[in-house]
Design a protein around this ligand. Sequence first.
Ligand code: GLP
Length: 251
Amino acid sequence: MGGINVIEIEIVPDHESASARVAGFIVEQIRRKPASVLGLATGGTPERTYELLVEKVDAGHLSFSQATTFNLDEYVGLRPDHPQSYHAYMRSRLFGATDFDAERTHLPKGTADELSDAGGQYEALIAEAGGIDLQLLGLGANGHIGFNEPGATEGSRTRVVDLTEETIAANSRFFDSPEDVPRRALTMGIATILEAREIVLIATGESKAEAVERALRGPVTPQMPASFLQQHPSVTFVLDEAAASLLDKRA
Ligand code: GLP
């Protein structure tokens, strides 16, 4: 396995403790460097993590006033004020509920006139900010990270992608009907994600167990986008017991 790094694995009993652990990573990062650049994720999994961070800011134990953020992805065609846009998700769950400076919170622009330019512009903004210090990731049941679906290459950058039927079906729970789910998204690429200095992935529940096992123990392949994380020197997977249930416990 020459050249492959070992991913740290932390297994905790349940979703609540996984959320607390991941919130802890972000708190530590901000304490160490208040002007950190955070890479942020959406989806159901990190919702509780964000609630815990809001509680800490409310209690006066944490401030994001100097931090900069870049979200992984956004649906193509949803305006920032669309309730199911990731802009709206981040505003209601984190940015609007804490002391982030709106000028320093970024998401890809899924309604950009020139979508083909939007990716390069996003990459330039990340570079200008000095790169991402800590990237938070969720995990799709098919192994996607951000919206890098199976087939995404190691060198991929922020770009427009087609969502798989499986992802559209999984995300339809947030929309009135499956037809309302956008079929394309703008997402950071695998190369963008791997440039973060540190990465923390949170996965909970049995539906993620197979993807977790393949990401950690399977070959590094575009068919399992999360497997590329094996090539990064500083990754931690925070898992609940259900998501870890298919791992044999050997290192
Ligand atoms: C979504 C997001 C991903 C997220 C994943 C898992 O479609 N684009 O960033 O990690 O799918 O979502 P969930 O946490 O709801 O299972």
